[in-house]
Design a protein around this ligand. Sequence first.
Ligand SMILES: Nc1ncnc2c1ncn2[C@@H]1O[C@H](COP(=O)(O)OP(=O)(O)OP(=O)(O)O)[C@@H](O)[C@H]1O
Ligand SMILES: [Mg+2]
Length: 375
Amino acid sequence: MTAASGLGWPAVVSVVSPTGLGWPRAGRQRGPVPRETDEPARERSAAMTADPDEAPDPAAAGHDAAKETPGAGEALAGQDGPAAAGDTPIAAAARVAVRLRAPATGDAFARPARTRVIVVANQKGGVGKTTTTVNLGAALALHGQRVLVVDLDPQGNASTALGVHHAAGSASVYDSVIDGRELGAAVQDSPGIAGLRVVPATIDLAGAEIELVPMVARELRLRRAITAHLAALAEEERPDYVLIDCPPSLGLLTLNALVAAEEVLIPIQCEYYALEGLGQLVQTIDMVTSHLNAGLTISTILLTMYDARTRLAAQVADEVRAHFADRVLSTAIPRSVRVSEAPSYGQTVLTYDPGSSGSLSYVEAARELAASLPR
Ligand SMILES: Nc1ncnc2c1ncn2[C@@H]1O[C@H](COP(=O)(O)OP(=O)(O)OP(=O)(O)O)[C@@H](O)[C@H]1O
Ligand SMILES: [Mg+2]
């Protein structure tokens, strides 16, 4: 038995979301947060990393942590290109930030021949589904793709992170799934990122799991809404990517997402018990493939919250790669305080701190995703 074999295939799991943030955004600052000098950033980072599980913020630590992390390190090298002679670290970071904010046309990703509908699913809580959905969405949009994020989680975290209105009773995905209304009526632009649009989730969606039970074709309702929406759009308005953020369960909402999509992206947190429950998810996907949506495949696995200082993270990554082989993106997302701070400003990490290792890693992951053909 290898050391990695106890990483949680069959066991009990309890994940506590570490964040206390996420209160309504009233009074919060919008726009990029003024960067502090390195010193206060380091102090703050140290304060926030009192929990031994939390890695120091790579952005505040001169990207040291990121350099240790495969993928993140590559991302940095790839984005910066050869360091210009005499370039200071701050100048290099500024160059990267400018490039991320206004990518040169030459850096636009190739657009898919037709809309790719990707569901981001893992019934395990707090593994980075929402973080991945919003940051991949932002990275794709900033590189020339039209992206529609569908928030299918009653928690509405993706709607918060993308800065869209999602008060109870406002137009949302609930209206389409439960009342059969046109999805387009709920679409909003995410402020600050051209090409990124959102169908928000409101708290109304919390009742949908139960309301769906007696409905006819209850697993097909989101699929019908998305298909009708895409068909109603003119070619130049049709999204290249539809990314669906799921709740942490395998209930009817997640089932609706799996039936609506062609690809599943599974974020896996590089922690103990990482693989716990994956078997159940894979079984559910197989069931959907057999009975409801023959075109569905697990196309992409993304390792999240990778802490290069721990052997455990490397063991989880090895085990996941052994199991899912080339479906695992070579870019792993490092654990980064910047990634976890961004949603409390109604932003993605790409706009909140474009030069941070978390931002660069999501751009590299999006680049890999865009380069991969749907399986
Ligand atoms: N790379 C990262 N570095 C640091 N913190 C992260 C990272 N990715 C996610 N987090 C934090 O971990 C927590 C869980 O992430 P997230 O909300 O994306 O998970 P989730 O799978 O969508 O959760 P849920 O199952 O509740 O929907 C959040 O507080 C988020 O800010
Ligand atoms: Mg979530």
